[in-house]
Design a protein around this ligand. Structure first.
Ligand code: FES
Length: 128
């Protein structure tokens, strides 16, 4: 019950899905190379909660994020806000996250959480 498996071949590049893990909303997004490149080029000193993009995923093309805004817990929307197409926007009070789930604008104090995850094989993502 604590572990979820997801077949990433069902997720075309440039799309995301909202699923659940341990009762929490979890986003899985198949990022484009352009999204990855953009986040890798961000100056860490400009970030409120500085983390390098590549330290936030097992495979950079598959970003896995707990879909709970670190402000007051609403579910941010994917493909919305100032950092769309890959980014997230929380409509409750206007927090903008990039495609890495890092807070970039608005009241949220911290990046979206990355849940424990790994790949059991090339196509099977295991969360938990
Ligand atoms: Fe997301 Fe306030 S709960 S911005």
């Amino acid at each position: 019950a604590g572990v979820s498996e997801f077949d990433v071949t069902s997720l075309p590049e440039g799309t995301g899905v909202l699923t659940k893990w341990r009762g929490m909303p979890v986003y899985i997004r198949h990022r484009t190379q352009a999204e990855i490149d953009e986040e890798c080029n961000v100056d860490l000193l400009s970030l409120r909660d500085p983390q390098h993009d590549l330290d936030r995923s097992e495979k950079p093309e598959f970003m896995v994020l707990v879909g709970v805004c670190t402000h007051l817990g609403c579910i941010p929307l994917n493909e919305a806000g100032n950092f769309a197409p890959g980014g997230y926007y929380c409509p409750c009070h206007g927090s903008h996250y990039d495609s890495s789930g890092r807070i970039r604008k608005g009241p949220a104090p911290l990046n979206l959480e990355v849940p424990p995850h790994h790949f059991a094989d090339d196509t099977t993502l295991v969360i938990g």
